[in-house]
Write a protein that binds this ligand. Structure first.
Ligand code: 5GP
Ligand code: ZN
Length: 119
C-alpha cells in the first residue's frame, strides 16, 4: 500500500510538502513542482502502484476517480477551455516517478502538439 522510499507516497503521508488541491480517501492532487504549462497538476492514487502495468481490479475505484475529478480540478485551477491528461508508463513513456500519476495540463493558451517526434 505504501512504499517508504517512494516520493509520492511521502507526499501522501505528508512527509514532503506539496501544494495540494484535492485530498480524499483514495486520491490526492497537487501542483507539479516543475510545471510545463500554466496549469499543471498531478492526480495520484493514495495506494502505491508503481506503473499502469501493475494496476489491477483493486485499483479501479482510485483510477476511475482520478478521471472523474480531473475536469472540476482543472476548471478550478484556471483551465476552463480544455486540458490534457497524460499518464507516462515505463522507460518508453519517460516515466520518472514510479508511483502512478496522471498529469493534467492546461492553458489558457492551447498546448503544443501531443507528441514531438524524436530526431
Ligand atoms: P513523469 O515523467 O514520471 O510522468 O513525471 C513526474 C512528474 O513529477 C514531473 O513532472 C515532476 O516535475 C514531478 N515531480 C517530481 N518530484 C516531485 C515532487 O517532489 N513534488 C511535486 N509536486 N512534483 C514532483
Ligand atoms: Zn508510492
Amino acid at each position: 500500500m505504501n512504499d517508504p522510499n517512494c516520493i509520492f507516497c511521502k507526499i501522501v503521508r505528508g512527509e514532503i510538502p506539496a501544494k495540494k488541491i484535492h485530498d480524499d480517501a483514495e486520491v490526492i492532487a497537487f501542483h507539479d513542482i516543475r510545471p510545463q504549462a500554466p496549469v499543471h497538476f498531478l492526480v495520484i492514487p493514495k495506494a502505491h502502484v508503481a506503473t499502469l502495468y501493475d494496476a489491477g481490479p483493486e485499483h479501479v475505484a482510485a483510477l476511475g476517480k482520478m478521471l472523474a475529478i480531473a475536469g472540476r480540478l482543472a476548471r478550478e485551477a484556471g483551465a476552463a477551455e480544455g486540458f490534457r491528461t497524460i499518464i507516462n508508463t515505463g522507460p518508453v513513456g519517460h516515466q520518472e516517478v514510479y508511483h502512478v500519476h496522471m498529469h493534467v495540463l492546461g492553458g489558457p493558451d492551447p498546448l503544443g502538439p501531443m507528441l514531438s517526434r524524436k530526431r
